[in-house]
Design a protein around this ligand. Sequence first.
Ligand code: ZN
Length: 510
Amino acid sequence: MAAMQKPRKPEEMYTELVRWARDQTLLASCSELLSWDEETYMPRGGVAHRGNQLALIAGLLHERITSPRIGDLLAGLEASDLVRDPASPEAVNVRQIRRLYDRKTKVPRDLLQEIVRTTAFAQQEWGAAYHDADFARFRPWLEKLVTLRRKEAQCHAAGRPLYDALLDIYEAGACSADVTALFGALRPEVASLANEISAARRKPKAGIFRRDFPVDRQRVFGEAVATEVGFDFKRGRIDTTIHPFVASIGPGDCRIATRYAADNFGMGFFAILHEVGHALYEQGLDPEQYGTPMGEPASLGVHESQSRLWENTVGRSLAFWRHFFPLAREVFHETLHDVSLEDFHFAANAVAPGHNRSQADEVTYNLHVLVRFELESAMIAGDLAPADLPGAWNEACARCLGIVPPDDREGCLQDGHWGSGMFGYFPTYTLGNIYAAQLFAKASEEVGDLDGAFTRGEFAGLVEWLRDKVHRHGQRYRAGELIERATGAPPSHRPLIEQLRRKYGELYGL
Ligand code: ZN
């Protein structure tokens, strides 16, 4: 068998590793397609069979990544000159595949299996607990998951805080000390802006967005906007689902799934723009590098920066609506004929503290994330017992958002992340907002008058800039370095605060 021979030259080993990585990605893309189908068109009767298909592929992927042959190839390549330049595709691919290999092989098999098994039950119990607003039902599962994830983190921590080992899964290279500093600087600034907005006399007519917007017309409008900003329908499509997402099937096939409600224009429209941002990133990756880390997105935070940039920075700007509002008035004539551009734009930027993260506005959203970051890092550090989560949650919400949820369904049970065993994921949302503002500020400088371009319906200049500075690099740089190279400065909360202050200061007359 070819796999048993030991190639002598690093170039040969590298070719073998890349061939393996491409096959691994192809196999994973089969499961991506099956999952997309499950979330969009599959009849209910297909659930069990689909579960078997996905489990089989997951097993094959696991077997392939933990093969000792991969360990040998990585060790051989790491000792060679081929990876001397850390930014070369060879070095990047070896480094990133090593990361995946270690993640799967440093943890004892029993522990990995127990995590998978426990997570499957915990997800179900979280669902039931959420439905009944009954934290007691979820508590034992949360305790188990925290214990298991702490054990897993111990295998990777190597002297670092346990939370860092989990954060690293989603945001390679990030550490909790940096994130704590960044979020610590952001928190008081966002909180005081939110307070000023609450006290402002000027208020938007937010009810405009809750009028009747027929779903079929929302689809037409959303697809028209997606096309104009650069989503390529020859290499993608948009379908309907319950929780919006993007499925990246392969080069030339990137699928958005979204949802609509006739009485909530904002929910449907901004979800499309958000997912279009993710999709533009996927469609902007280098197809030549497909199947290797050089052809993969840099991190979840960077991915989220692309979605937030289009959803919030571009999609809630006055210039954007100067261009698209006439079309909106045409498509939704009965609904919008008596609405002015200014009122519509103000309604798109209504700010009000609420209990729910996923429905939060652009300003208070970050406060929701900071609450979760604080609580999950305390749970993983062992400073907060999962049993005490509801009390700690309510206290943190009172402190950060000024409101206390009426029950645990609106409170600590509202997100499914912890029930799915995902600790360390939440920070990537706010990191995304921070990166987005910083990238947009730099793009405005380098591309020139973006407001003027948006008003004329020209979005290609911004897309090209993002392609050049972010998309085409794949995983060549860690998120922090990518942002620094693109903008000339390490990640900072300042551009985000400046951007929010400028827009909301004008709208609310602060
Ligand atoms: Zn997203």
